[in-house]
Design a protein. Structure first.
Length: 369
C-alpha cells in the first residue's frame, strides 16, 4: 500500500501531464481531429443554429423566463475561445454525424442492459451557451447548444433515460455555475444538474445548505492556459467543493496501473494555479471505485464520464454504497460487462457538448461499450 504522501506525488505528476488533455476541449490529436471535422462540415454545422418548427415569438418567450446577462465589454477572439471582461468561453460547432455516433453508443449499452440496469444520459452545455452575455451573442459564431442537446436526445432510443439539464442551468445562469478562466462547470453548476438527475431517477436530492464546503482560491484554468489573457489572470476563480455527508473513500487505479486510496475531496491549497479542479475525485483516472462506508444496502452504479463528471460525482456518493467510475478516455474494458458483473442498478453517462463533437473521443467511448 502506498502512503498518502507518495500517492500525492504520483497524482501531481499525472495531473501535470493530463490536466489539459481531454474532455472535449483537449490538446493533441483529439483536438486536431475536431478542427478537421469543423472545416469539412462547415455548412452542415450551421444548420443546427436554426429553430426549425419554432416561431420567433415562441423562441423569445422561452428565453424571457431566464435571468438576463448583459455586458458593456468587447469580445476578444482567440483560437476557438472568446473573452468578455474577466471571463472566457469556448465556441461550439455541432457535428450531426458525430452526435449520431454518440447516441448510437448510448443506445447500444441501454439495449444490452435492458431489464438489468437503467441507463441515464446527461449532455452538458458549455458556458458559452449558458452564461455568455445575451447582448453579445450575435458577435460570436457558435451553434445553438440547446437545439443541439434536443437533437442528440431525439437520437436516443426509448431505453435511455435522458436527463435534460438545460432549463435548470439557465434558471441559475446568473449564479457562479461555470468558471471564468476554465471550461468546466463549478460544483454549484454540477449540483443543479444533480438535482435534475434525482428528479429523473425519482429520488430525493440532498439540500445544498447541508453540505460542508472547502474553498480553494487562485484557480487559473484551461482558458487562461489557452489565452494568457491579462484580465483572466487578474481575476482567478475560486473552486468550491461540497463534501459528501457519509464517510467515503476512493480506490483509484491510475493510468500506469498504480493503485491507491484517496479522499473524494482533496485539499489542493498547495497545488499550482492550474490544478485546483483536481480537488474532485483525484482528477482523471481510468478506473475508480468509490466506497460509501455508511451504506450497506448493496446499491451501486457505473458512471462513464470525462472531466466534467468529476465535480458531479461527489453528489452521488450519499446515494450509492459503491460507485464505479470509468473515464473512457483512458480505460479499456466493457461498460456493459462491468455493469452486469457488479450487478449495478444504474449506468450514468456524463458528457459535455464539446466532447460529443469530437470524433476521436466518441470513438474511444464506442470502443469500451
Amino acid at each position: 500500500m502506498y502512503t498518502k504522501k507518495i500517492s500525492a506525488v504520483l497524482l501531481a505528476v499525472a495531473l501535470a501531464t493530463t490536466m489539459f488533455a481531454g474532455c472535449g476541449k483537449g490538446s493533441g490529436d483529439d483536438t486536431k481531429d475536431t478542427k478537421q471535422q469543423e472545416s469539412q462540415n462547415a455548412v452542415a454545422t450551421e444548420s443546427i443554429a436554426g429553430t426549425e418548427g419554432v416561431t420567433e415569438t415562441e423562441s423569445q418567450g422561452a428565453q424571457s423566463q431566464y435571468p438576463e446577462i448583459t455586458s458593456d465589454g468587447k469580445v476578444k477572439s482567440y483560437q476557438g475561445v472568446v473573452a468578455v471582461d474577466d471571463a472566457a468561453y469556448e465556441l461550439y460547432t455541432y457535428l450531426d454525424d458525430v452526435a449520431g455516433n454518440y447516441a448510437d453508443s448510448i443506445n447500444k449499452v441501454a439495449s444490452a442492459l435492458d431489464g438489468k440496469a437503467d441507463v441515464y444520459d446527461m449532455v452538458i452545455p458549455l458556458s458559452s451557451e449558458i452564461t455568455f452575455p445575451d447582448n453579445l451573442k450575435d458577435e460570436i459564431n457558435s451553434s445553438d447548444q440547446h437545439q443541439a442537446m434536443q437533437d442528440i436526445q431525439a437520437k436516443m432510443n426509448d431505453k435511455v433515460k435522458s436527463v435534460d439539464i438545460y432549463d435548470t442551468l439557465m434558471q441559475h445562469r446568473n449564479e457562479y455555475i461555470y468558471f471564468r478562466t476554465d471550461h468546466h462547470w463549478t460544483a454549484l453548476g454540477a449540483y443543479y444538474a444533480y438535482r435534475q438527475f434525482c428528479e429523473t431517477k425519482g429520488i430525493e436530492p440532498e439540500d445544498l445548505t447541508g453540505y460542508e464546503t472547502k474553498e480553494f482560491d487562485g484557480f487559473l484554468g484551461s482558458f487562461y492556459n489557452d489565452t494568457s489573457d491579462a484580465k483572466l489572470k487578474a481575476n482567478p476563480d475560486v473552486v468550491t467543493a461540497y463534501l459528501p455527508h457519509d464517510e467515503s473513500v476512493l480506490h483509484v487505479t491510475a493510468s500506469d496501473g498504480t493503485k491507491y486510496d484517496w479522499p473524494v475531496i482533496y485539499d489542493v491549497s498547495n497545488y499550482g494555479a492550474g490544478l485546483k479542479y483536481s480537488t474532485f475525485i483525484a482528477s482523471d483516472n481510468p478506473y475508480t471505485e468509490i466506497e460509501n462506508k455508511s451504506l450497506t444496502d448493496g446499491s451501486s452504479c457505473v458512471v462513464v464520464k470525462e472531466s466534467f463528471g468529476n465535480a458531479f460525482i461527489p453528489f452521488l456518493v450519499d446515494h450509492y454504497q459503491t460507485i464505479y467510475v470509468i473515464d473512457y478516455r483512458y480505460w479499456t474494458g466493457s461498460v456493459s460487462k462491468i455493469a452486469e458483473e457488479k450487478g449495478v442498478s444504474d449506468v450514468i453517462f456524463l458528457n459535455n457538448l464539446s466532447m460529443i463533437r469530437n470524433k476521436s473521443l466518441v470513438g474511444k467511448l464506442h470502443r469500451i461499450l
